[in-house]
Ligand binder design. Structure first.
Ligand code: SAT
Ligand code: MN
Length: 583
């Protein structure tokens, strides 16, 4: 097989000449192809078969221990002008970037099969979808792309019709972290990634295309590519509101997107549209709408159990690829917080010994098709996307940030998003638990200068008069003993209901310098075991702490110098003054 698109044929030939694969396989995306690739990987040990009675069609992949997370320090955005990449990205000039990474691709696929994967991000017939082709020498990447994207013949047909596509070149290389680079060339709509076989470094449709390249494209074309889940909340009377929520990696987006309403909230239903990425457009009527460019989930496994997320727990009992979890003696996958079974073999394939640390890697993952999800919404296939009522930003903060608050207006909401900070997680290599600024949860994923990105966000005010309301949430507040103040998981529905009630003008709130907070009885706490003291801490702010926070946000914004939009600087100053008056 090949393609009738000359530009695609030529690129595949050029890559083959440089990387010297033993064979070229054009992916069609069929189930037979998937099964054949799985069989090959079972035979060569890339995959292990899990217990096929209790976990049918489930397989385990163990990564190289040096290759288990994204590598932000090795990830580059190569724009001609350094300032276009901004202080938020690592940068090298495009020509130098190509030279550096091309040298690593020299003969990189010798003796291996090169796979050509045409894929479509978004519903195959949506005008908002964008296509790409990933070339890789990893069959593990191919099967993951099959679960995560609309991959194969239909995507290739669309690419041939449109004549354009994002070029993503990937090789696992020798997995030496010294020879690992994740390079983006947004002006050329291309990606080159070498030296890692892991998730966001290797499944190029995901963070590389659907966030870094797409955010750049969205800016020129007038839309937004965001690190957001999309969830539908249906009330007992059958009214559904759609919410987009941005949280950093490993902060519970998948859990929130497939939340199970607790028994105390009868009649409420949750519909999952997406768990990681949203592409947002203003339609002809001024309504902001979202599509999920992905068609599967690459979720964090540890902590998933019958109580925390029964939907996820059930969804990963079949047709799932596990990466870096442990195994029980009867070959079931096992992870910390699973609450059933015992680990026998750890994520590095060794007999389990607690002295070696957790049995499953803290960033171990499942890959499943979205249709496995019991709360899957078929509107995930709707070409025009779903109308968005509220945009929610959030982070993981032990202190300071209340459970929920609402921004005053769009401009203030952009400041709320730009000021997001969160404790780091195992999704990136590096220290865990350190607070860092993560604007809109996009710090690792914005493919251009944050200052220009905030200006782009601010510009939506002029595109529509009926934009969604913007909120901030924090599920992670702790008391002095390190206990979480809010129960989280299914109970988060109570907060989503407050958000919807605010959007519908059905509930009052308390105005503070940072925005609107719930009144004492604003959030439904019926049948919830929570102390008055905890609730009070969750729904009030400490003005002195917030004055420090706003000063720190101000310093952070100034890192963007004269590209920082005046409107954002003025908004930060306005809130600073309000806080001073309130103290
Ligand atoms: O590795 S991924 O980037 O795909 C997952 C994540 O960090 O959100
Ligand atoms: Mn993510």
């Amino acid at each position: 097989m090949t393609s009738k698109l000359a530009a695609l044929k030529q690129w595949v030939q050029d890559v083959a000449a440089r990387t010297e694969p033993a064979a070229i396989h054009w992916c069609t995306g069929t189930d037979d192809e998937y099964q054949a690739l799985v069989s090959g990987m079972l035979a060569d040990g890339t995959l292990t078969s899990l217990n096929q009675d209790s976990y049918p069609n489930c397989y385990l992949h163990l990564s190289d221990p040096n290759d288990v997370a994204r590598v932000e320090h090795l990830t580059y955005v190569c724009t001609s002008n350094k300032d276009d990449a901004g202080p938020n990205n690592n940068w090298i000039a495009p020509a130098e970037g190509h030279d550096k990474v091309d040298a690593l691709f020299e003969s990189a696929m010798r003796g291996r099969t090169m796979y050509v994967i045409p894929y479509c991000m978004g519903p195959i017939d949506s005008p908002h979808s964008r296509c790409g082709v990933e070339i890789t020498d990893s069959p593990y990447v191919v099967v993951n792309m099959k679960l995560m994207t609309r991959m194969g013949t239909a995507a290739l047909e669309r690419i041939e019709r449109e004549g354009t596509f994002v070029k993503g070149l990937h090789s696992t290389g020798d997995l030496d972290p010294e020879r690992r680079l994740i390079m983006h060339f947004p002006e050329e709509l291309s990606i080159k990634s070498i030296g890692s076989g892991y998730g966001g470094n290797a499944l190029l449709g995901k963070k590389c295309h659907a966030l870094r390249i797409a955010s750049y494209q969205g800016r020129t074309e007038g839309w937004l590519a965001e690190h957001m889940l999309i969830v539908g909340v249906e009330s007992p009377t059958g009214e559904t509101h759609y919410i987009c929520c941005a949280l950093p990696s490993a902060c519970g987006k998948t859990n929130l997107a497939m939340l199970i309403p607790p028994a105390s909230q009868p009649g409420w239903k949750i519909w999952t549209l997406g768990d990681d990425i949203a592409w947002l457009h203003v339609d002809d009527d001024g309504q902001l709408r979202a599509i999920n460019p992905e068609s599967g989930y690459f979720g964090v496994v540890p902590g998933t159990n019958q109580k925390t997320n029964k939907n996820a727990f059930d969804m990963i009992t079949h047709d799932t690829i596990f990466t870096n979890v442990a195994q029980t003696s009867d070959r079931e996958p096992w992870w910390e917080g699973k609450k059933v079974g015992e680990p026998s073999i750890d994520w590095q394939g060794r007999p389990y010994d607690p002295a070696n640390g957790p049995a499953a890697h803290p960033n171990s993952r499942f890959t499943v098709s979205a249709t496995n999800n019991p709360s899957y919404s078929s509107l995930a296939e709707a070409a025009e996307g779903v109308p968005i009522t509220a945009i929610v930003f959030g982070g993981r903060r032990k202190e300071l940030a209340p459970l929920v608050y609402q921004s005053r207006d769009w401009k203030n909401g952009v400041l709320v998003g730009a000021g997001v900070a969160s404790e780091t997680t195992a999704a990136n290599v590096g220290e865990v638990g350190v607070v860092r600024r993560d604007p809109m949860a996009m710090k690792p994923f914005c493919g251009y200068n944050f200052a220009d990105y905030w200006a782009h966000w601010l510009s939506f005010d002029k595109r529509s008069t009926k934009l969604p309301k913007i909120f901030h949430i924090n599920w992670f507040r702790q008391d002095d003993e390190g206990r979480f103040l809010w129960p989280g998981f299914g109970e988060n529905l109570r907060v989503l209901r407050w958000i919807i009630d605010r959007c519908e003008g059905r509930v009052d709130a308390i105005e503070t310098p940072i925005g609107f907070l719930p009144t004492a009885d604003g959030i439904d706490t019926r049948d919830l075991a929570i102390s008055q003291e905890a609730l009070e801490a969750l729904t009030t702010i400490d003005i002195a702490q917030w004055r420090e926070e706003m000063a720190s946000i101000g310093e952070y914004l100034e890192l963007y110098g004269n590209r920082l939009p005046d409107a954002l600087r003025e908004e930060q100053q306005r809130v600073t003054e309000e806080l001073a008056k309130a103290s």
